[in-house]
Design a protein around this ligand. Structure first.
Ligand SMILES: [Zn+2]
Length: 73
């Protein structure tokens, strides 16, 4: 299992840790978006997308979103 909270995302440009600011589901993948939150980086430029296989994503499975509870969604 992978828990996104156990992963640190560090920016190679400003050398600080990026902040989790987005999450989306795409087919069998969970996509986490990290951005720099400082004056050094343009967040749109240094944004990092981390793709985790849904079946391995411990963090998202513990926090199911709305509409995930039943079939037919
Ligand atoms: Zn940065």
């Amino acid at each position: 299992m992978i828990n996104i909270r156990n992963i640190s995302v560090k920016c190679g440009n400003c050398d600080t840790y990026q902040t989790l600011c987005g999450f989306e589901r795409r087919e069998d993948w969970h996509i986490y978006t990290y951005e720099c939150e400082n004056e050094v980086c343009e967040s749109a430029v240094t944004r990092t997308l981390i793709e985790v296989p849904a079946e391995l994503d411990e963090f998202a499975q513990r926090q199911p979103g709305p509409g995930d509870s039943g079939p037919g969604n």
